[in-house]
Design a protein around this ligand. Structure first.
Ligand SMILES: [Mg+2]
Length: 358
């Protein structure tokens, strides 16, 4: 498998010729998209290729760059309605040691603002909705916090394709709240959070984060020798709350209510809210870097329409069809997407394309 992929890579780089490199079909496109990995020149400059580089090259052949495949992807998207879903940490902002300092750049913010003018856009994050909104600071996107357990529409209601407005409620701050499927767990979540803070206070570097409908215990700054004790402490709290479960992210443990609701459900819910769930000409495009994003990738694969794109600089087991190396490539992709729509729609805005408020 590996040798075959290196051969494909070499071919894509123009090192050798072969007549066996057949195009591969992507979900929803109904057309063929040619694989390739020559974008790696950009990341792997000169010198001998290391084992890590080689395995990444091999992986990218199976999950081609969304930048390199951009033209073919958009060719297949012509005449379809694109809806954009974006994770936050590791996708729009780099992963940093202190999660409170995971700021996105002004450039990235401008790119998301621009793309949201043309496509319905939602940020789906494990963070609390308030926190991710504070980071993103945009008013023309949907926010789905706590892994999609807390969904809010933009301040102005978006008209759906059938001409109806979704039903909205207001939270304490007057924001429109669409959906909070785990609301009844809030009192227990607060108790869990207090107990966790008491338990981990002595473990140097451990950090408990309130994400509204879930609690995160970050251990990026914890000494490796303390990982075991931290896990034990977290599990000792959790055993008193059988309706909750533990999941793992990047150097983070997350305690979530055991309900059947994840980022994939949030994606389906948002498509439904937009009146797009039964449309055959809708192309959801989801960009994320984490294990929790896989639930959304699976939904797109199951629908048979759309582009699941993983952000990763190393090989990873994933349901995504395409890849981007890091947030800087996400920025380039979003900018290209906005430019593509701008040119292909003669500068029509979302209001004109979708019949909604701009
Ligand atoms: Mg992430």
């Amino acid at each position: 498998m590996f040798t075959r992929n290196i051969a494909k890579f070499n071919q894509a780089m123009g090192f050798q010729r072969s007549s066996t490199n057949k195009p591969k079909t992507q979900p929803g496109s109904g057309r063929s998209i040619r694989m390739g990995a020559s974008n790696l020149c950009h990341h792997i400059a000169g010198g001998p290729i290391s084992i890590e580089d080689a395995s990444y090259i091999s992986w990218v052949v199976e999950h081609p760059s969304a930048l390199r495949s951009f033209d073919q992807m958009m060719k297949a998207a012509k005449g379809k309605k694109i809806a954009l879903f974006l994770d936050y940490d590791g996708t729009l902002a780099p992963i940093v040691d202190n999660p409170d300092l995971a700021f996105m750049s002004d450039e990235m913010r401008a790119a998301v603002r621009e793309v949201a003018k043309y496509f319905p856009t939602a940020i789906i994050s494990g963070r609390s909705r308030d926190k991710v909104k504070e980071f993103v600071q945009l008013s023309n996107v949907y926010y789905a916090g706590s892994h999609g357990m807390d969904i809010m529409a933009p301040p102005r209601p978006v008209k759906t394709c059938d001409g109806k407005y979704p039903t909205v409620a207001l939270d304490k701050k007057g924001n429109e709240v669409l959906f909070q499927p785990a609301k009844k767990f809030l009192p227990a979540i607060q108790k869990i959070q207090t107990a966790l803070k008491e338990k981990v206070v002595e473990i140097q570097g451990a950090m408990v984060e309130d994400n509204s409908f879930c609690v995160s215990v970050h251990f990026r700054q914890v000494r490796e020798k303390d990982y075991g004790i931290l896990e034990k402490q977290v599990k000792s709290v959790l055993e008193h709350y059988p309706e909750f479960h533990l999941s793992w992210g990047k150097k983070v443990m997350e305690i979530r209510p055991s309900i059947e609701w994840d980022k994939g459900h949030a994606l389906e819910y948002l498509l439904d809210t937009l009146g797009l769930s039964n449309s055959t000409d809708v192309l959801p495009l989801y960009i994320g870097d984490d294990r929790t994003d896989e639930d959304a990738f699976k939904v797109i694969q199951r629908r048979g329409q759309g582009y699941p794109i993983i952000v990763s600089s190393s090989p990873k087991d994933t349901k995504a069809s395409f890849s981007l190396h890091d947030p800087s490539e996400v920025l380039t992709f979003l900018s290209r997407l906005a430019r593509w729509r701008k040119s292909s729609s003669s500068s029509r805005s979302l209001a004109q394309i979708w019949g909604v408020g701009d």
